[in-house]
Design a protein around this ligand. Sequence first.
Ligand code: SAM
Length: 278
Amino acid sequence: MSGTLYLVPTPIGNLGDLSPRAVETLGAADFVAAEDTRVTLKLLNHFGIKKPLVAYYRHNTQAGGQAILRRLLAGENCALVSDAGTPAVSDPGEELVALCVAHGVPVTALPGPCALTTALSVSGLPTGRFTFEGFLAMNKKNRRDHLKSLEREARTMIFYEAPHKLASTLADLCQTFGPDRPVALCRELTKLHEEVTRTTLGQALARYQAEPPRGEFVLVVAGATPQAPPAASPEEALERVARLRETGLGLKEAVRQVAQELDIPRNRLYALAVEREK
Ligand code: SAM
């Protein structure tokens, strides 16, 4: 029988955020697969956990994934961790999970620290509906296409970004959504210098063009405000009434239908329609 792949979220800054269940799972696994074994070794040492470590990172997902899969199929349990946060969210763990699922290996996810949900919850922006956009592509065309697809997005949008690319990303977001769009810049979450700046894209851009950003950022951008459709003109309403009349409908019924459809006062439309038919 095959073993299980455990997805173990690790702190995004504050070591106190590693859950007791995460410690237990890391301690019980046969081996730990880590994005950067040096980073994870420090974490394991801090919690007094001794475990064989294997590297699983962006550029060895093929060979590394197959090696982990073989061990899982042979019955070993593996705990997968990323450098920080929840594995498989904007990191190569996604591919290992897909590989295990394809080979019928059980996958169990532990809930825990995640930069995306931490930023969303503290942003002060609507959380009822949101869309996670990860990192914007470096490639200009992909980046433009990605942003274009979001032009009319009404849900709150969440982006990950590296500090050296923050200013250019803010400039692109400003261009797509306008300088007045609200944004929460969530920096160094759970760390000593945690800072949440609730501002507009234009003001954020001005700030970070003038000062180099430091630390890790999540950008939470407000969705577009839904635009009310333009109100129908009296001529347009009367035109619709006339068309319905041509189908044989009585004046009152035609007016009732059009008034309901266009959400306009029925009495006023009726008076205008009577006037027109005189
Ligand atoms: N899988 C991780 C997660 O979802 O929690 C994220 C991995 S992704 C490679 C790294 C990105 O997460 C960073 O570039 C930054 O946008 C965000 N991030 C991670 N830790 C953060 C922190 N403490 N404060 C703000 N953003 C953070």
